[in-house]
Design a binder for this molecule. Structure first.
Ligand code: C2E
Ligand code: CA
Ligand code: CA
Length: 494
């Protein structure tokens, strides 16, 4: 009996040993084949069912392959042509006089690497490259120019609607290591029938189109005549910003926010102005997005906060007690030291949190909900009020906003446009105001220009209005002269 048992155990051990030896042999065969294929065709090294004992070896091989110099004009990870390979392949195709180039990249790909690790990012890029190869209207040529930048050559023209369709097909979520990842893409296109030049210029123009796409709401843009000139202007603006901040070319104007209940202005919004020595008066609608794009918005916001608080210190000393709202951008909410900076500046000017409000757009909050939410809670604890700016222009619903630590919702002036003669536009506005108030927010409507609009908004329950009907934005001395008319709160020195 004992012998029989021993024999059984021996058989079992042999079986297991044989099975694991078979798995290991199979893996070694697979590895040999993959390495051969990699060295001949520069395809990615993809290995499946790696036995645990071989995991360190396959990791070391992957690392080693990544470090080999780029060869043959091919990208080692995806097997696609790289920038060198692309330029080489275009030589016999020139001149390209029909179809389109599309350059695309992934919004914040770096964050995917940071969040899930580089191995995950690599797998995602390989899967993305495969998807490009399998597109229904397959491109004539595909290349990976840079980290997350891919270039496609199509035989047909690509207008915005074709680009949109392409974007939709490419954005279907990926499943990587049992994790579902959705990508947001930017696509820039160059129409070859209109803009066929040499490869270097075409690449420069495609870069411009992609830059435009990164700033567009829908993430799409086609290169247009004059974009090069526009880029020169943009470069000039970006480059002259640091000097402008130091040399007094920028200043703040203040637009009152009128409380319907109090029948007076209880807040001012600080809006930035720039008198450029060469380009004349620049609209913040032009240079703020550029500063955001160039990563310089922190400088602007810091400057605006500083100016507004310095002004508030003077007004407080004169007994003018009115909250001033400063606009913040998405980039500011990524600054982890924001709360400390605000607190420090308030202390520096000896002002309470009640002197300040901050306006942030819904988009910038949604980008970064967790971190931004935590910062807003701390800012509100200082007595600062927080408003959601341009409400209705993004994708969030009021029901979603109810979880956010904000005090006020500013309804964008586009809501007013159809109000007078479009019953459904009126309904939407009315419902938004009602819902926002039910959720406990104060509601301000922007861009109010007529008495008629004011009457309607009052009936709809809005708390405040802002717009040319009350006052246009003005500099501090002008505002002080209009103090009586605007019913700005006055308080005697304690
Ligand atoms: P916003 O925060 O929505 O500011 C309101 C804009 O509407 C201002 O334009 C204001 O002058 C304009 N406006 C006010 N009342 C009326 C009206 O009755 N009718 C019309 N048609 N327009 C009205 P502005 O000053 O050109 O500012 C444009 C945008 O630039 C602002 O939009 C804000 O997003 C940004 N901005 C301005 N100053 C700053 C700043 O200091 N920092 C940041 N981050 N952004 C700023
Ligand atoms: Ca604002
Ligand atoms: Ca606004």
């Amino acid at each position: 009996m004992l012998y029989l048992l021993l024999l059984l155990v021996l058989l079992l051990v042999c079986g297991l040993w044989w099975r694991s030896a078979r798995i290991q042999t199979q893996f070694l065969q697979q590895l040999t084949q993959a390495l051969l294929q990699q060295s001949q065709q520069r395809t990615p090294l993809i290995l499946n069912n790696i036995p645990p004992v071989f995991e360190p070896l396959s990791r070391a091989l992957q690392e080693l392959l990544k470090q080999l110099p780029a060869n043959n004009g091919r990208d080692r990870l995806t097997g696609l042509p790289n920038r060198v390979g692309f330029k080489r392949a275009m030589v016999p195709l020139m001149p390209l006089t029909a179809g389109a180039f599309v350059l695309l990249d992934v919004h914040r790909f770096r964050f995917i690497n940071d969040l899930f690790g580089f191995a995950f990012g690599d797998q995602l890029l390989v899967a993305f490259a495969e998807r490009l190869k399998q597109l229904h209207h397959s491109p004539r040529f595909i290349a990976r120019l840079d980290g997350d930048e891919f270039l496609l050559l199509f035989d047909e023209p690509m207008d915005e609607s074709a680009l949109n369709g392409l974007k939709g097909r490419l954005q279907v979520p990926f499943k990587i290591q049992d994790t579902l990842v959705s990508l947001k893409l930017h696509l820039g296109a160059l129409d070859l029938e209109r803009f066929h030049t040499d490869i270097s210029q075409m690449l420069r123009r495609l870069d411009l189109a992609l830059k435009k796409a990164r700033r567009a709401q829908d993430g799409l843009a086609c290169y247009a005549e004059g974009d090069d000139v526009a880029q020169l202007r943009e470069l000039k603006i970006i480059n002259s910003l640091p000097k402008a901040l130091k040399s007094g070319q920028l200043y703040l104007v203040y637009q009152p926010k009128f409380s319907i209940k109090a029948q007076g202005c209880d807040q001012l919004e600080a809006l930035i102005r720039w008198d450029h020595p060469e380009l004349g008066r620049l609209s913040p609608a032009e240079f703020i997005p550029l500063a955001e794009y160039a990563g310089a918005i922190g400088l602007v916001s810091h400057w605006a906060l500083e100016q507004a608080l310095a002004q508030q210190q003077r007004w407080y000393a004169e007994g003018l007690r009115v909250r001033v709202a400063v606009n913040l951008s998405a980039g500011d909410l990524e600054n982890l030291a924001l709360v400390e900076e605000v607190q420090d500046r308030l202390a520096h000017y000896d002002l309470p949190g009640e002197a300040l409000a901050l306006e942030i757009t819904e988009g910038s909050l949604m980008n970064n909900l967790h971190q931004a939410g935590a910062m807003l809670i701390r800012l509100r604890a200082l007595g600062i009020k927080v408003a959601i700016d341009d409400f209705g222009t993004g994708h969030s619903s009021l029901a979603y906003l109810k979880h956010l630590p904000v005090d006020e919702v500013k309804i964008d002036r586009s809501f007013l446009l159809g109000m007078e003669n479009d019953e459904s536009a009126r309904q939407i506005l009315h419902t938004s105001i009602k819902l926002a108030r039910q959720l406990g927010f104060e509601v301000t409507v922007e861009g109010v220009e007529t008495q008629n609009q004011l009457r309607t908004l009052k009936a709809m329950g809005a708390d405040r209005i802002q717009g040319l009907l009350i006052a246009s934005p003005m500099q501090a001395p002008e505002l002080e002269s209009a103090r009586e008319r605007l019913q700005l709160p006055r308080q005697a020195e304690a």
